[in-house]
Design a protein around this ligand. Structure first.
Ligand code: ZN
Length: 182
């Protein structure tokens, strides 16, 4: 990825990625969160009728028409549920308690930031919640796709995932929980 002598390049890349994220993503998230998640279940939701065709249509809304649609950073709103540590350990087959469950449940709305090189199938895995998605979305299933940004290079997408989560944590209010990437 980045060599040790490349910190200046890395800083420059981070600045460019931050600007790209800041220009687009906070507005999308703010606008989407103005609506209650159940108010537009028919066309935007990821909780019903999650066929390949529908997911492809959702993804297409974020196509910019120019970039290769491979390396994507995506943002989901997830469903708040009351889950206990016991349920979490059973469902995720964990030995120990996880702290993010408590953190998340202290908020009103849940945001998940992810990265993928094959975003339609990744979104379906999150939505189907059969253990092939992510721990966070298995406990708090996705209800809406809020944003996708595309990146030329895979390494940039992975960095942009972290940057996106940081920026959303910084600009959203206290009632919104942003999941930890990775
Ligand atoms: Zn729905």
């Amino acid at each position: 990825m980045f060599g040790h002598g490349n910190s200046r390049t890395r800083l420059k890349t981070d600045r460019e990625l931050s600007r790209r994220v800041r220009d687009v993503v906070p507005d999308r998230i703010f606008n989407a969160l103005l609506e209650r998640p159940d108010s537009d279940c028919t066309d935007q939701c990821l909780c019903h009728n999650v066929t390949r065709k529908r997911v492809a249509e959702l993804v297409k809304q974020f196509s910019d028409g120019t970039t290769a649609k491979t390396n994507a950073v995506y943002v989901l709103e997830c469903q708040m549920k009351s889950v206990t540590q016991k349920i979490v350990r059973e469902e995720l087959r964990l030995q120990n308690n996880v702290s993010w469950i408590y953190d998340a449940q202290e908020h009103e709305r849940l945001i998940y930031v992810g990265v993928s090189t094959a975003v339609p199938s990744r979104l379906r895995k999150h939505a189907l919640g059969n253990g092939s998605g992510a721990n966070f979305t298995q406990m708090f299933p996705p209800i809406r796709l809020l944003s996708i940004q595309w990146f030329e290079r895979e390494v940039d997408a992975y960095r942009a995932e972290e940057i996106t989560a940081d920026i959303l944590r910084e600009v959203t209010h206290d009632g919104i929980y942003v999941s930890q990437p990775g």
